[in-house]
Design a protein around this ligand. Structure first.
Ligand code: 13P
Ligand code: SF4
Length: 305
């Protein structure tokens, strides 16, 4: 029988013994954070994936993140913490649908949110994450951009980079788009002294009310560095708890009780242990040509970002 602490100690011992690096997305639980080598947003995880020295990488998050790690480190063994942890947004557009869209938008640069499958990335020009999107989209030479699949992130970028002609298609994150403008108004009224920090995956009528819009890491950094004492958090609700641990003297409120990513919640500390013992998770394997073609748009993101 394990306690959280003894299980964490065993994971820390085994990952060292077996040369395993644990990368955890910020939406993972606090007990997983405590055994991770690196915690971050999607962009940070991509950077770490490219430079980790260990032979095996265990990605605690969702499938497209583990695929990105494999594409950036094809020689390494890459494990996804839970085989069922996918991102519904990554499945919203297929390569066949994109081929049709490209006919409607000839000459456009196809910019894909990193929340897409490896297969789809093979037919895109560049990837972006929420923290790198503005810089990357601004630095593209082509003014005509087809942005897939998140129309809310795309609309936010479009507003910030008006010199680009950005075409959007319908798609988005089920967790973040569940937050309504009314909830933002109610939270503002309930906590008038709090700053409202939201993720750009939220609806435009929510981001337009925010004091700060940014990636998971951006939101956390803003709250930690701000002289303000109270914050309403408009992203996956795990971030509320992580910020409470990081800043015990400040107060954090969830913008919506519905903003929960069930896929991110699948991985437990025991799953991490089972993965390390080669008794769980899933090894990510991708065809060589898929990795080579998908890498082009990830490398373009890393060079521009
Ligand atoms: P970031 O981690 O890049 O902020 O993205 C949030 C998200 O929803 C990841 O799937
Ligand atoms: Fe996908 Fe949204 Fe979950 Fe992120 S929070 S993994 S975008 S469903």
């Amino acid at each position: 029988m394990y306690t959280t602490k003894t299980l964490q100690d065993e994971i820390l011992r085994l990952k060292k013994e077996n040369d395993i690096c644990i990368l955890a997305h910020a939406y993972q639980s606090h007990e997983i954070w405590e055994v991770a080598d690196y915690i971050g947003d999607s962009y940070g995880l991509s950077l770490e994936a490219a430079k980790a020295s260990q032979k095996t990488i265990l990605l605690c998050g969702v499938r497209f993140m583990a695929e990105t790690v494999k594409i950036l480190s094809p020689q390494k063994k890459v494990l996804l913490s839970h085989p069922m942890a996918g991102c519904p947004m990554a499945e919203q557009i297929t390569a066949a649908r994109l081929a049709e869209l490209k006919k409607d938008y000839p000459g456009y640069t196809v910019a894909a949110y990193i929340n897409t499958t490896a297969e789809l990335k093979t037919v895109c020009d560049v990837c972006v994450t929420s923290s790198s999107a503005l810089k990357i989209i601004s630095s593209l030479k082509n003014p005509d951009i087809l942005f897939i699949p998140d129309c809310n992130l795309g609309a936010w970028i479009s507003k910030k980079v008006p010199e680009k002609n950005i075409q959007l298609i319908k798609g988005g994150c089920p967790a973040h788009t569940g937050i309504s403008a009314k909830e933002a108004e109610q939270a503002r009224a309930l906590y008038p002294d709090a700053k409202l920090l939201v993720h750009p995956e939220c609806l435009p009528e929510v981001t337009s009310q925010a004091d700060y819009v940014g990636s998971t890491t951006g939101i956390m950094d803003y709250a930690k560095q701000s002289p303000d004492q109270q914050f309403i958090i408009g992203t996956e609700n795990s971030i509320v708890q992580h910020l409470q641990y990081a800043c015990p003297d400040k107060q954090f409120y969830a913008l919506s009780k519905e903003c929960i990513c069930s896929n991110m919640k699948l991985t437990t500390l025991m799953d991490v242990y089972h993965c390390i013992c080669s008794n769980g998770g899933e090894e990510i394997n991708l065809a060589d040509d898929v990795m080579q073609k998908a890498r082009r748009c990830i490398d373009t993101m890393l060079s521009l970002g």
